[in-house]
Structures are given as C-alpha cells and as structure tokens.
Design a protein around this ligand. Structure first.
Ligand code: FAD
Length: 398
C-alpha cells in the first residue's frame, strides 16, 4: 500500500488544519486539552452543534457519500483525513451515532424515501442521533434483546428499556432494535426502527458516570408509537440491517490522532516540569515510557491507514476484521496512555480544574473515561472473537 497522500489530499488536509485550529480558539475552556466529551456540559454541546453546522455547510461530514444524498463521492481516504485532523484538534461536530453508524446503514439498507428524508439532515449537521441497542440483559449478546414492537395498523407500539444510551439526553432521534415477532428467537424477529425522541412515552434517565458527568442514559419506552414507515429493512429482519455498516471509514484513526496530540502535551509537560531539580524529560524511565507509547501509536496509525486502503480496494471483509483489531488495539492503547500520563504526573494528575492541576486535569478525565473504551461499541473480547472467526477462520464457538 501507498501511505502518500496526493497533492489535492495534502491541500485538503492543510485546509482542515487551518479550519480546526481557528475554530478551537473559541472553544469552551474544557476543550483546551481535550479529554472531555462534548455532551458533558451545555456549553460543550452548544459548541458541538455550532461546529457540526459549519462542517455540514462545507460538506465534510458526508464527503464520501454519494452526491444524491448530500455527499461528494470522495474516496474513503478523504474521510479518514478529515477524521484524523478533527480528532487531533480535539474538535467536536461529528455526531458519532448518526454519522458513523446510522448513515452508512441507511445508505445500504434504507428505501429511497428514507434516504432522502434522513440522510441530508445528518450531512448538514442538523439532527443528532443516539443508538438504542443495548438493554440491561442484552449487551454483547444483543440478540437476547426483549424490547417489543407490536404492530397496530400503521404504527408499532414499543415497550421496553435501553441502557447506556450515549447522548440520549441531547439527541433528536434514536435508532432502535426491537422484537417485532415474539415467537421468533434470538436474531430472528427483530426490526430496526427510527424514532423521534419527542414522541410521548419516552423517559430518559441519566447514568451518572464516575467523574460526575452525564453522558450515558437509560431510556424507558412505554407504549411509544413508531410509524411503520420508520422501519429500515424488512420486518423481523433488522439483524441483517445492523450488519450493514462496513462500507464507511471505520479505521479508528481518530483514537490514534487524539493520543498523538496527548503525547505532545505530555512531552511539553515533561520538559517544563522539574522534580528534585531535574526536568521530568531528563528522567530515563519517563522518556522510555513516553517513547514506548509513541511507537505503539504510530503502529496504530499505520493500521488505520491500511484499513482505509483495504476499504478503498473493496476488501470489506478483511477491512472489517482489521477494524476490530484497530478497536481492540486503540482502546487498550488509550488505557495505557491514560495510566502512563497519570503515573508521570503523580498525585497532581488527580486534581481537576485548579491552578495545580496539570493540563487542566486532562489525565484524570482520560483515566476515568478510558475504563469504558474497551467495552463500548463491542468489548475487546467480542472484537477478538470476530478477528478469530473472520480473519483467522478459527471455529465459531457461539
Ligand atoms: C461508555 C459506554 C458507552 C456505551 N454507549 C452505548 C450506546 O450509545 N448505545 C448502546 O446501545 N449501547 C452502548 N453501550 C453498551 C455497550 O455496547 C455494552 O456495554 C457492551 O456491548 C457490553 O455489553 P454488557 O455491558 O451487557 O456486558 P456483557 O455482555 O454482560 O459482558 C460482560 C463481560 O463478558 C464478556 N463476554 C460477553 N460475551 C462474551 C463472549 N461470547 N466471549 C468472550 N467474552 C464475552 C465481555 O467482553 C465483558 O467483559 C455503551 C457502553 C459503554 C461502557
């Protein structure tokens, strides 16, 4: 594979860098060193929406989509460049559930009317989505889900509970999996539904995270009406729809870009901070630790580029296993990165938003956030299973 970008792609990258550097000058204080989610504070969310609109106007959110749905038919590598630069600058503006999960699903599995209705608002950064899949008794084993959607005329009546729904408290819409045929078992009898969060019968309750932030939720659905026209794919065949999201940039490059920036900040801290009369940067153990992370991060970035290349060539099955590998590697590297940052900063790493807190408490936030990173979006064990079956052709055990 060729890692080199074309002249046009280099120009696009520069344009992105100038854009994001300028936008981040006006970011709320908590964005200064990254490590916080846009959805944690009202200011953070407002800023996210502001940037989303600007990205939508530029057509960058949907650059790799077909033109008729708000895209520019650009190669996947351009979406990768966009994701990498945005993540490096710690900028919000991309609704992960809507842009990275739902949109590619709609492009493949929705009917024409649904595509025309739902895709352009995502491309313009106008409508925010959340993912309503997991339930208290269905996470890794998603096919065990029990939320029901019983058909009554032109509507489904939905009852059940979703859990861990990231950003449900801010979202305009949710994409749901629900059981439309109670007589069918496991992955059969499930349908894929799109639901306006303003519909009566929806209650959103915060799951307070260990850092007192509100990002995750329980969503209760009591006799909620979902029009049948909001079902994507055939009734009872929603499982097949959920597996349609491969033809999109799924390299995990954003994670490696965030870590690269964090490492630069850590290097700056180690240079400026003295302990016992010696700069931390002169301590051989600290240097070894930071250098080790830098090596691992470069390997991750190379893997991300390889995945985009495989996707461009149409090697989607290979790319899917590699995307699982990048997810395991990136989320576990993120944990090592957060732990090492805390270790280097010592007790000071635990102080938040205070003059003595290095990098405005970035590392304590990263430390707390990284715990969930190898669980969310499919745990490391599940990703390893997928690699074993898909890439290594080992026997399936479940
Ligand atoms: C921060 C965060 C954000 C999330 N956001 C969302 C969201 O927006 N929308 C949404 O729908 N869900 C969301 N989730 C839920 C997430 O998808 C589930 O937590 C995840 O799939 C694991 O399911 P579980 O929590 O039920 O754990 P379980 O499935 O009960 O797993 C428990 C442990 O058993 C292991 N395990 C389970 N099955 C196997 C197996 N077959 N082989 C080997 N090991 C196995 C798991 O790896 C894990 O270590 C989020 C979760 C987190 C932590």
């Amino acid at each position: 594979m060729d890692f080199k970008l074309t002249v046009e792609q280099e120009k696009f990258k520069e344009e992105l860098e100038v854009f994001f550097a300028k936008q981040m000058i006006n970011a709320p204080a908590e964005y200064e060193f990254g490590g916080r989610d846009a959805m944690i504070t009202e200011d953070g969310w407002r800023f996210h929406l502001e940037i989303a609109k600007k990205l939508g106007e530029k057509g960058w959110i949907s650059r790799a989509w077909p033109r008729q749905y708000g895209g520019q038919d650009a190669p996947i590598v351009e979406q990768l460049i966009f994701n990498e630069v945005r993540a490096y600058y710690g900028a919000p503006g991309v609704d992960i559930a809507g842009v990275n999960m739902l949109a590619p699903t709609l492009l493949v599995a929705a009917d024409e009317k649904q595509k025309k209705r739902f895709l352009p608002p995502i491309a313009k950064g106008e409508i925010m989505w959340c993912q309503g899949w997991s339930e208290p008794n269905a996470g890794s084993d998603l096919a065990a889900l029990s939320t029901s959607a019983i058909r009554q005329g032109d509507n489904y009546i939905v009852n059940g509970q979703k859990i861990w729904t990231s950003g449900a408290h801010w979202s305009d819409w949710i994409f749901l999996l629900a059981r439309t045929d109670p007589n069918q078992k496991r992955s059969r009898g499930i349908s894929y539904l799109l639901l306006d969060m303003k519909t009566p019968g929806i209650t959103v309750r915060s799951i307070d995270y260990m850092n007192n932030s509100h990002s995750y939720n329980e969503v209760f659905l009591d006799d909620v009406k979902v029009p049948v026209e909001n079902r994507v794919g055939e009734e009872n065949k929603g499982w097949a729809v959920t597996r349609q999201t491969m033809n999109f940039e799924r390299s995990g490059v954003a994670r490696f870009a965030e870590i690269r920036r964090g490492l630069e900040q850590l290097v700056g801290y180690a240079r400026e901070t003295k302990r016992d009369g010696m700069a931390l940067a002169d301590d051989p153990i600290i240097r070894q630790k930071i250098a080790q992370l830098a090596v691992e991060n470069e390997a991750g970035r190379a893997l991300a580029y390889r995945i985009a290349w495989e996707q461009t060539r149409g090697g989607l099955v290979m790319a899917a296993s590699m995307a699982s590998a990048a997810k395991v590697y990136g989320s576990e590297l993120f944990q090592r990165f957060a732990y090492t940052g805390c270790e280097i900063m010592g007790m000071h790493a635990q102080i938040e938003d205070h003059k003595w807190s290095p990098l405005r408490g970035k590392f304590i936030h990263e430390y707390q956030k990284c715990i969930g990173s190898n669980i969310a979006a499919g745990s490391s064990e599940i990703q390893r299973n997928l690699i074993a079956w898909g890439a290594l052709e080992l026997p399936r055990t479940i």
